[in-house]
Design a protein. Structure first.
Length: 445
């Protein structure tokens, strides 16, 4: 019988831990498709369920941080595609999948098909901005390719009526959902482009799921849009929805209503702009007429100035003005000389030695008084400062504290101050300094 002490006996915890390490290290992240069953979401926010097919099932855990990133609310019976890592719940030894990502199974396949077609058409240059046509600034007629009973056509017509009343609009009815929708849309677009009744087309549909909008992700439809000679605005779904038709079209609008606004100018704004331009034209004409009138008056005035009798009167007037200016100049010159003489006399009086000595004496007396006053203020300030510092020094002096009855205790032979009873033990010699004298003691307890 083998020796019991030589056996390598594993605990259940060790066994489950080793199995978990082997599982997690042996498999990469996997895509797994199946149906949800027994879904439970406790207060923690984590979700636990089984993923099953016709022959087997596996336990799954979707933790709260990953569940919050889902774009849909999973429920029992949903067929989903998950990206997960293999693990083992050690507490029960349950084999399980830890979910990193989840999406509806059908939508995931459609999304992959969408991405593949998008990459291929983009590589061919169908999305290149250089091949896209500019939209007409003032379209003469707009064609709307959509379902005649949907909300999209009503939204477009309402916006067009509000922004540009009277603009002709042709509705080209077509399917916008279903197996035959893509083929019919392409055929309707070709018809509208071939007829040439409109100089701008709008391809529109209301919102929906990826499956609902799948007709607009058709390759034949994309190539038809790329070959159109008429500019096309694509308005498929809501703002967050993107289809292949959006990328190929000359312009994309986030909604059908936005497409109508993008296709037409605002008649109200155009009316305001016309009124502004009309006002500017009227003001410019008024300024031009005013300038021409002023030029005419200037020429008429110059003609009157060239008359001979006018020139004689002007010369006589000029002679009178010069005579009066000469007389005024002579009076002004005499007044200047009189004023200069007065200033020289005043300066001579100021430069007299007696006046100078009198002024210097007065200045000396004033400065002596100011010096004496400043010295007295300076002495007083220093005296007050000295008294203040003396009071402060006296207030913080240790001798002053001792004089109020306090004492300072240190260990004998040491300068260490004792502040707590635990700092000494029985038998310790202590020295107590009082306001006058010292005490030497031995601690008993």
């Amino acid at each position: 019988m083998p020796n019991v002490h030589n056996r390598d006996i594993w605990s259940v915890s060790r066994l489950n831990g080793e199995i978990r390490a082997v599982l997690e290290g042996s498999f990469p992240l996997l895509w797994v498709e199946g149906e949800i069953s027994n879904l439970a979401t406790p207060r923690s926010g984590h979700s636990y369920f089984s993923l099953k097919d016709e022959h087997a099932q596996v336990r799954c855990a979707l933790f709260r941080n990953k569940r919050m990133l889902l774009r849909f609310q999973p429920k029992d019976g949903d067929r989903v595609l998950v990206r997960a890592r293999i693990s083992l719940y050690e507490a029960r030894g349950d084999f399980q999948l830890i979910i990193e990502h989840m999406e509806p199974a059908g939508e995931g396949a459609l999304q992959r098909a969408f991405e593949e077609l998008k990459a291929r058409l983009e590589a061919e240059g169908l999305f290149d901005a250089r091949r896209k046509q500019p939209l007409p600034a003032f379209p003469r007629c707009i064609g709307v390719v959509t379902s005649p009973t949907g909300a999209a056509v009503r939204d477009i017509l309402q916006v067009l009526k509000r922004r540009f009343p009277g603009l002709p609009v042709i509705i080209y009815p077509t399917l916008v959902q279903g197996e035959d929708a893509a083929r019919e849309i392409a055929s309707t677009l070709k018809l509208a482009d071939r007829r040439g009744d409109c100089d701008l087309l709008i391809l529109a549909r209301g919102g929906g799921s990826l499956e609902d909008l799948w007709a607009f992700n058709d390759e034949v439809l994309a190539r038809t849009i790329a070959e159109l000679e008429t500019p096309l605005i694509s308005a498929i779904g809501h703002e967050v929805d993107f289809t292949i038709a959006d990328f190929v079209a000359d312009r994309r609008a986030p909604t059908p209503s936005a497409a109508a606004e993008l296709a037409t100018p605002d008649a109200g704004q155009l009316q305001q702009q016309l009124e502004v331009l009309e006002g500017r034209l009227q003001r410019a004409m008024q300024r031009l007429l005013t300038e021409k009138r002023q030029h005419l008056e200037q020429h008429h005035h110059r003609l009157r100035l060239l008359h001979p009798l006018r020139r004689i009167h002007e010369q006589e007037q000029r002679l009178d003005e010069l005579g009066m200016r000469m007389e005024a100049a002579m009076k002004h010159r005499l007044e200047q000389h009189r004023h200069t003489l007065g200033e020289l006399q005043s300066r001579l009086r100021l430069l007299s030695p007696a006046q100078r000595l009198k002024t210097l004496g007065s200045t000396l007396i004033q400065r002596r008084e100011k010096l004496q006053t400043a010295m007295e203020h300076q002495l007083l300030r220093h005296r007050l400062q000295l008294e203040s510092l003396s009071r402060e020094l006296h207030a913080v002096s240790p001798l002053q504290t001792l004089a109020r009855g306090y004492s300072i205790t240190t260990e004998a032979g040491s300068s260490k101050v004792i502040t707590h009873a635990d700092d000494v033990s029985p038998g310790t010699r202590i020295r107590t300094r009082l306001a006058e004298g010292e005490l030497l003691s031995v601690v008993e307890e």
